[in-house]
Design a protein around this ligand. Sequence first.
Ligand code: HEC
Length: 152
Amino acid sequence: MKKVQKARLIAALAVVCCAAAAVAQKKPESVIHYRQSVMDMIGWNFAPLGAMVKGKVAFDANEFALHTQRIEFLGPQVLEGFEKGSDKGAETDAKAEIWTHFDDFQTRLDDFIDASKALDEAARSGDEARMKEQFKKTAATCKACHDKYRAE
Ligand code: HEC
């Protein structure tokens, strides 16, 4: 192997090694903080939908679609916040059962992700009744997970 090639190979290996090390170095407290932030953002965007569905504020289809789009974007990012080893390390309401029943937890998360996709589709259909109906179905997926895996 030529000297230059060898140097390049070593440099490439160094990048691979250190990227892997950076992933392994994620602190449990950062993971916990991340999942709480994502949940907070989901909640932040879910609240105005609830207010519209309950008639507390005037229904606005554009406003509705803005929030459903954000929720749909956040759903697939939740899983990273429940990495193994993040059961403790900071104050958390996540129950230990998450990690002992991870398949079930993930099924409930997938139900939420599917529901939030359908919610965003409903928002884009312009059909207000469909939006309200799908909002309720989505809210049920939050509850289905919180009831089992989130401390009071
Ligand atoms: C698959 C499970 C799951 C789903 C689905 C889910 N959550 Fe959560 N949520 C949790 C867990 C677990 C916590 C506790 C996280 C912690 O304290 O570390 C939480 C915490 C929260 C919090 C508090 C965040 C904080 O600051 O501590 C809010 C707000 C929230 N969820 C809103 C929602 C809303 C709204 C939905 C549905 C649109 C939803 N969640 C769907 C599991 C879920």
